[in-house]
Design a protein around this ligand. Sequence first.
Ligand SMILES: [Fe+2]
Ligand SMILES: [Fe+2]
Length: 175
Amino acid sequence: MPSDAFVAQLNEQIGHEFAAHQQYVACAVYYDAETLPQLARFFYAQALEERDHAMMMVQYLIDADVQAVVPGVEAPQVVFADIVAPVALALAQEKKVSAQINALAALARSESDYTSEQFLQWFIKEQVEEVATMSDLLRVVERSRNDVMEVENYMAREQSGSEGADPTAPRPAGA
Ligand SMILES: [Fe+2]
Ligand SMILES: [Fe+2]
């Protein structure tokens, strides 16, 4: 059974994942309002992934027969200086989450809670992908900040959302 300290920290992480969901919805709405449908579609999809991350953690706590707390979240940033800013924010957020997930894994290991440590392995792998995706995208939007259609073409070509279901992913609660 996970320790009280681990449960508290995972519940905090659920809050971070829901906050990431809200932030990506805000990014998507910004791009949608700017009539950049490919960037909008990408961030709407990323938002749903963040919700799934939160709900996977909720399911884990339910399965472990400990309390899962559904948190309130802080308001996301909704005003952006230019089309680069949401991506820069997203990359910083993903780097922060990677550190948080690593800290959770370290806590689980220090408590010899190998079940929780194993649960976190999928998230460690996922964070490597998310940081890579956002840093690629940041490079593209920075290079093409004066030619937004170039960015839209890149998104249509490289981020068409054809990832498919990951059979190794933990089950989100309610799915
Ligand atoms: Fe996440
Ligand atoms: Fe993420």
